[in-house]
Design a protein around this ligand. Structure first.
Ligand SMILES: [Zn+2]
Length: 368
């Protein structure tokens, strides 16, 4: 028995951004605050949106940090209140969309960022229109938002049905200017999301189908998008892979590789997806031992078994220039026991099919 419910309306395709006025017509919103990544501001997104939605863009908030902060969220809250925004338009990567989601909930409750990230009962939010400019986070189709409070040393994940963007306009053209290193890291996140979803105890046949579709697209197109940033077909297929994986893991949540990543990011500054990809090969091997679905998925993807899939995953990581060892990450091995402890303490560790002991996780990390 399972339930699948993802309420985001997805509009997909090269040039779909140009149809935003028609898409939004039926909702009757009159005033928007735009939250845009600095690279999108540089590319002229504010002017473009103002020309597509004349008189309706009341303010543009930017300077969102890679790990969005309570300060970023407060900036959005203030702008939304000042301009009495009917909805928020978020254009950027996961950080931009995550910051917009937290603010959308805070505005309705009339509270600040620090209060909303502690709120376990988020039941209302301003509508969000999400336009991803990277292919990876899939925040455009998920109910999750991760916000940092640097002063208090907290990184909190909030989630709630109302945080699903109302509309996702997924326009691969927005990703054409994404530099190779960002393409690589975002793209490997797609693979981590799909394999974490398959390795989640919440897996179901629909989420598995979405994950397999996303994995096929990503294995066939990520390197091409990395090497040829203007390859329209590769960019489109990666955007599709990201959103498809996102719809899947919006239901299952992530598992092992993400559980291990958080401490690597917060303590050592390793970028989110590079931290996830670091151990992904080992999580799928552990999960294959407890669930034959992993081998079936590997065969569906054209591999002999999960071991062959893990091998290809490592080959791909290497070709994309991602770190493979603790030495390459610049992390001393003395931290291995603490990394194992933090992995087990992460909320989504309990989602992982294989429940390893601390010693088993330590042994797994010692091979890196
Ligand atoms: Zn991720």
């Amino acid at each position: 028995m399972f339930t699948f419910n993802n309420p985001t309306a997805v509009h997909f395709g090269a040039g779909v951004l140009q149809t935003i006025d028609t898409v939004l017509e039926e909702y009757g919103y009159q005033s928007y605050v735009v939250i845009a990544s600095n690279s999108q501001v540089k590319n002229g997104i504010a002017e473009l949106l103002k020309s597509l939605l004349p008189g309706q863009i009341k303010a543009v908030v930017s300077n969102i940090e890679e790990n969005p902060t309570v300060g970023n969220v407060d900036d959005i809250i203030n702008a939304a209140i000042e301009h009495d925004a009917d909805a928020l338009i978020a254009v950027g990567g996961g950080s931009t969309m995550d910051a917009a989601k937290a603010a959308a909930a805070a505005v309705v409750k009339n509270v600040d960022a620090r209060t909303i990230i502690q709120d376990k009962n988020i039941t209302e939010a301003l509508p969000i229109i999400a336009l991803p400019s990277t292919s990876g986070s899939a925040s455009e189709v998920t109910p999750f938002s991760v916000i940092s409070d640097k002063e208090q040393g907290i990184k909190t994940s909030i989630n709630g049905k109302v945080l699903y963007p109302k509309i996702a306009l997924v326009d691969p053209e927005l990703t054409y200017t994404c530099p190779p290193a960002v393409t690589a890291i975002s793209g490997i996140d797609v693979i981590c999301h799909a394999l974490d979803s398959i390795g989640s105890v919440n897996n179901n046949p629909i989420s598995d189908g979405l994950a397999v579709t996303a994995l096929k697209l990503a294995f066939d197109n990520l390197e091409l998008a990395y090497n040829e940033g203007t390859n329209a077909e590769a960019r489109s297929n990666m955007a599709l892979a990201s959103t498809t994986a996102g719809i899947g893991f919006s239901q299952t949540a992530t598992s092992g590789s993400h559980a291990m990543s958080y401490y690597l990011t917060s303590e050592f500054g390793i970028p989110h997806a590079e931290a996830c990809a670091f151990s992904l090969d080992q999580w799928i091997l552990c999960n294959a031992k407890v669930d034959p679905r992993l081998d079936k998925v590997s065969v569906q993807l054209g591999f002999e078994n999960t071991e062959a899939l893990a091998k290809e995953l490592n080959g791909l990581k290497k070709r994309l220039g991602l770190c493979m060892t603790f030495e390459e990450l610049g992390i001393d091995r003395k931290h291995i026991p603490e990394i194992a402890r933090r992995t087990m303490a992460a909320g989504n560790y309990k989602n992982n099919l294989a429940q390893l002991s601390e010693d088993e996780i330590i042994r797994m990390l010692e091979t890196k």
